[in-house]
Design a protein around this ligand. Sequence first.
Ligand code: MG
Length: 386
Amino acid sequence: MTSKPGLLLPCAVQYGQGRGRLHADDTVDPGDFACDRERIIHSAAFRRLEYKTQVFVNHEGDLFRTRLTHTIEVAQTARSMARALGLNEDLAEAIALAHDLGHTPFGHAGQEALNGCMGDYGGFEHNRQSLRVVDELEERFAEFRGLNLTFETREGILKHCSPAEARELGELGRRFLDSTQPSLEAQLANLADEIAYNAHDIDDGLRSALVDEEQLSEVPLFAETWSVVRARHPDLLRRRTIHVVVREFIEAQVADLCTESAARIAAAAPADVDEVRARHGPLLGFSEAMQVHHREVKQFLRENLYRHYRVHRMAHKARKVVSELFTAFMEDTRLLPGEIASQVSALEASEGEAGRARAVADYIAGMTDRYAFAEYTRLFTPDALT
Ligand code: MG
């Protein structure tokens, strides 16, 4: 399934026809999504993804996915599916590159801990934080805060949000109140995320030996792919077999998603992106059979990898680090580095205690795994250097 870039479906987001950026900016076209991609790649939050956990904490091994390599895999998958479907590749890629910018250190354990700490102050959600990073926290321009991305990229970043937040976000939050949809490129980036993490978590799980192919034989999609590859290449070493199986596992999902989605787009024939947005359910998706496979894979990973005692031990430490840092900084903001302390005071001046908490959460969420461990040591180990 190939098509040349630029041959867009009428219901794709068209180049040059965006809804505009957050702040007026004459230097850039409102529908220039490649510009969004550049701004994201040059951001500090993007670089920090290199040292943030996907499943395995960064120092556990050099071969496992980090938040950065996960993001690049999502972007690659989103881009190639966008091309196959006749959707806007630059936009799908920009959304994918930004989708995890707001992630805390230590993956989901870090996010849960920070959400717990922020319970009285509006909570913490990494997806909402990704939007906050691109809208407010990045400091790259003299004229405005944030990266000033297009409406379409920001729409794709915000995958879920509470009704209260949706009201605060105005036009961007509208669809959460109306139960309508984002662009097809946003739907695609979200599905590319699922394909990527299901496949690479199996890959990393196998290579870390936390799971093995024996256990994975209870996942039909994996078992089928494994036996087909084994029958074709009976003498292939295990390492290479894993690579071939994981690649074919991804290809099966990509092919299914593209075939099913192309059929659904053809049947619904939306005239433009506004007709896509007005719908009450997503147009893109897997076939029913593949959805069943997906649920099986997720359930397997939840039970066997994410709850593995070694992953769980690291998550336990991560929660401790995040919540103790939060409590210490909330109780005494003089412990914070100068520039961070002034950001905390500024938000506290305008929003009171909730503002202080939000600024502390911004600081912690921005940390890499190793920076968070280092801060913890500096703060709580009596003879550590400060
Ligand atoms: Mg992701």
